[in-house]
Design a protein around this ligand. Sequence first.
Ligand SMILES: Nc1ncnc2c1ncn2[C@@H]1O[C@H](COP(=O)(O)OP(=O)(O)OP(=O)(O)O)[C@@H](O)[C@H]1O
Length: 527
Amino acid sequence: MDFFKALGSGIKFDRKKFQRDIQLFEKPTGGPASLNAGANCEPGAELDFFAEAKPVAKANPAEETNDGDDAAKSEEEEADALEPFHGPSEVQAFRDQHRIAYYGELSVEPVRSFAMLFERFTFKAAVRRNFDRLKFTKPTPIQLQALPLALAQQDFVACAPTGSGKTLAYVLPMLHILSEPQRVGYRACIVTPTRELATQVYELLKVLSQGTKFRINHLVKARPTQEGKETDQVKKYDILISTPLRLMYEIEHDLIDLSQVQYLVLDEADQLLELGYLQQVDTILAACTHSGLRKQLFSATIPPEIEDLAQSIMRDPVRLFIGFRNAATEDVEQRLVFVGQEAGKMVEIRNMVQRGFAPPVLIFVQSIDRAKELFHELVYDGLNVDVIHSQRTKAQRDNVIANFRAGRIWVLIATELMSRGIDFKGVNLVINYDFPQTVQSYIHRVGRTGRAGRKGIAVTYFTREDAPYLRSVVNVIRDSGGEVPEWMLELKPATEEKSKLLKIRPPPRQPIITKPSAVKWKMAQLK
Ligand SMILES: Nc1ncnc2c1ncn2[C@@H]1O[C@H](COP(=O)(O)OP(=O)(O)OP(=O)(O)O)[C@@H](O)[C@H]1O
């Protein structure tokens, strides 16, 4: 269904105008100007707003197909799923098959299946029932190894692609390890960089702990000003989920006691161990004084310097990697589109709208101001669009997320705030309107699509000024199985100094304004 065609402004990308720029990226022999310039974003036959994913494997193939062969095959698979490993070489072959690599002392075997996990570890009946309702039939590669490793209560760092189910890999073991509620205060603590992500983890914990007596505190509400010590009240809780800033406030004001925490998880750990959060995380680590404290760090990106830092705060950690380190998920088709100059981006978006595309679409920009500017442009174009950034109120942010999840918003413009962790299952297309400032940001942004086995497309616009930073993204595309022309692989990477500068400061860009304000004012009056 081509809902957008009628709404497009009909502007064409002026390749003649950008000819000089285009040549910059051409091979001396005259290669293509971009990967997929004029990306084809034709919608599928039907819009599929957040419909359930096709299961990774069928819940019960025999039931669905009535096919005798399939039933026999399924029985065989089930038997295989419980077959113990025969020696270390078989374990290694299994890890190789699932692209599980590790460093450090890893004595815990992976599991072949959830059935094997539940055979090895006896979970509470309620947790088992809740888990079954999720209808996850096969563990993802990270879950194959991280679930038994977490249950063995070892410190570890886990790096696995976006959308590959890392959350379950720490949430499920947590409910087994805590065994029974003890009313001694928090025994497990999960820290995430944003409240949106904390809320998402909380939702999963709520689902999995239904029917148990575990109490979970989701500590991201507005900072308490007049609250006294909460210690007595807090004793009722077993699990804490928080953002680092809020948690540091609680610790510094002696409002919280983390001395009983035995299970600490840092989600999006590489971000939490960066300068902006390090002081907060240090405070949290210092407050977790229990001698049996275990730490687990998760992210889709663990750069080597963060790996070193992570090791320094852990006890003989295993470092677990799935697939290529710091690569994007292979379920996303990644495209680079050269737009010449800033103005070329709006041209490209409007071209895409005119061609028609399958929402929901997530568009990333580099700043709040630019998010607002782009929102005004697209809203005046008549698109069903909204915007999310940290200046919006918490209620607005929650509403936007709920509306986007429900398919009531088709195009969502976001800042970096939304780049990590958020699980919008049905996003068909991610557009990097502004080139990401780090390769990690690129990986997380494009990872908002292609989740839980679904396919997605990510389009990244780049201007002449972005060109020096192209190479690192090109490497990610190559490492995640995408095709890149040879000449792009020959581009020089940006110097370390330049990359560091870009990381802390977004490049200056022309404002996103294509219509004179008088026209906009007039249009607003007509609405
Ligand atoms: N074994 C499984 N089978 C099918 N779906 C799964 C399985 N495990 C998790 N999922 C689903 O996969 C999606 C992504 O999971 P999750 O958000 O934990 O990914 P992630 O690896 O943490 O991603 P990110 O790095 O972006 O934070 C969720 O919708 C989750 O319900």
